[in-house]
Ligand binder design. Structure first.
Ligand code: SAH
Ligand code: SF4
Ligand code: F3S
Length: 463
């Protein structure tokens, strides 16, 4: 891995100075912002940083999107569907901008970092005020200042990516949150756009991570998720600290934190050192999100995943041996170019063997510029849909069987919100539990006895 390039303190200071100038101008106008995130946790966490910068600029979070003075779309381009949703939603704002020219509109994130995408969007939607790519996040106040003074701004730089420390963050939760440990990705899986729009993989220094997590725990956060496209390949402090070592540091140096999570793990880097660290450290959640993508070694090779079915199954067996209560979840792509019935059956049999707690399933979506987009893809859409449904049916049966095994057990959960008349909570493994209770329990740990279940969740009561 190449040495990470840190954004200089002078640049961060210039950005903060711009934020201060905007604030001096707007502080008594009561202006508000609204952010829409379309992507993964990384994207959501970037939105929390945008929110932090907006607050530094004197804007408050809008109660209601329809009344916001600044609306920004933080885009994703992982699949076509994510892109289409954004276009529709930006187009829908034209009328509002005509009625209220004071309204400011921004578009940022991964989709804008794709070749020419930012420029095209800037041209196609002349009522959009600011467009910027993933490499400009820390410069957002400078761009915003220009746009606030009436100058439409487009900024997308094609570069390897840097690390910006010290950005303000306005977090969506008061008890469970995220911390980046790596940015970018070097894996170039043949279907995936992320390495092109997030730049080369780079690791934050462990001291910066530990300090941030410590601050969060002291501020009352109970759970922190360490984030990266591939956390297992973390190599911080000039490549001297690996991920298991980082996990131990966070665990031992922040005893106030009740739960430590991480995602995503790439099977090629799931080391025995990581399994040992997870098994030994009591406050590290026994949950691994370990995307397999396909159960066919032939397809895995075409995907450039650097492991095969046997190696994956071996790792899963090892992890389960050391952590009998381990919760395993995965991502699967159905209908990769050239996937045959036989390849697909390998995916089904792998799921039967591993018995995942949950799957995130996607139909292959060709992404311009990736090798897989150029591969021959003769399988009809209807056949891909049929495979997709069959995989979901298989998993639904397995999830239900696993859930039934929880009935009668008492589990420690962190209450995270309310859906209609029930509170929602998560077990250490990330299982969703619903039970009746008062809103004052949100953000608290509780022991809940499981009395029933559905395919998607456990149902319980507080004794
Ligand atoms: N870094 C993570 C995944 C990030 S993207 C990892 O490697 O595991 C999240 C998921 O989106 C991927 O695991 C994959 O299943 C899916 N995905 C990525 N590109 C896709 C594409 N072109 N079509 C369909 N699904 C895709
Ligand atoms: Fe994409 Fe592969 Fe990197 Fe994950 S590991 S972000 S799937 S290239
Ligand atoms: Fe995440 Fe989508 Fe970008 S999944 S990294 S927001 S392309």
């Amino acid at each position: 891995m190449k040495e990470p390039v840190f954004v200089s303190p002078a640049e961060i200071a210039a950005s903060k100075a711009a934020a201060k100038r905007v604030k001096d101008e707007v502080y008594d106008l009561g202006l508000t912002y609204h952010i829409e995130s379309y992507g993964c946790q990384m994207n959501e966490h970037d939105s929390e940083k945008i929110a932090g910068m907006m607050e530094e600029m004197g804007y408050a979070k809008a109660e209601d999107k329809s009344k916001a003075d600044f609306i920004i779309f933080n885009t994703c381009c992982i699949r076509e569907h994510a892109e289409q949703r954004v276009y529709g939603n930006i187009g829908a704002l034209k009328k509002r901008k005509d009625e209220n020219p004071q309204l400011m509109i921004g578009v940022c994130g991964c989709m804008m970092q794709q070749k020419d995408a930012g420029r095209k969007l800037f041209k196609r939607f002349p009522f959009v005020d600011i467009v910027f790519g993933t490499n400009e996040l820390h410069r957002f106040p400078l761009l915003f200042e220009e746009a606030y003074h009436g100058e439409r701004t487009l900024q997308v730089r094609d570069m390897d990516g840097e690390i910006a420390e010290g950005l303000p963050v306005c977090r969506n939760s008061t008890f469970s949150t995220f911390t980046n440990i790596t940015y970018g990705c070097n894996n170039f899986c043949s279907y995936c756009i992320v390495p092109y729009v997030r730049g080369r993989e780079r690791s934050r220094n462990s001291a910066d991570i530990v300090n941030e997590v410590k601050g969060l725990a002291l501020a009352g956060f109970k759970e922190v998720t360490l984030l990266g496209q591939n956390v297992n390949s973390y190599k911080g402090d000039g490549e001297t600290t690996d991920f298991p070592a980082l996990l131990r540091m966070v665990h031992d140096q922040v005893p106030e934190l009740k739960r430590i999570r991480f995602m995503t793990s790439h099977p090629k880097d799931l080391s025995s050192g990581l399994i040992d660290a997870m098994a030994e450290l009591p406050r590290v959640c026994k949950h691994i999100h370990l995307p397999v993508q396909s159960g066919s070694s032939r397809i895995l090779k075409l995907m450039n995943r650097s492991y095969n079915r046997e190696k994956y199954l071996h790792q899963v067996a090892l992890a389960k041996r050391y952590m009998p209560d381990l919760v395993l979840t995965t991502d699967i792509i159905v209908g990769f170019p050239g996937e045959t019935d036989e390849d697909f059956e390998d995916t089904i049999s792998l799921c039967e063997e591993v018995r995942y707690d949950a799957l995130f399933t996607f139909i292959f979506s060709p992404r311009a510029g990736t090798p897989a987009a150029k591969m021959d893809d003769p399988t009809p859409k209807e056949e891909k849909n049929r495979r997709f449904d069959r995989l979901c049916d298989t998993q639904n049966r397995i999830s239900l069987e696993i859930h039934q095994g929880y009935v009668g057990r008492t589990l420690r959960v962190l209450v995270d919100g309310r859906e209609k008349e029930m509170l929602t909570a998560r077990t250490e493994g990330g299982r969703l539990v619903r039970f009746a209770g008062d809103d004052s329990l949100i953000g608290q740990f509780l022991d809940v006895t499981i009395t029933g279940c559905t395919t998607w969740s456990l149902v319980g009561e507080v004794k």
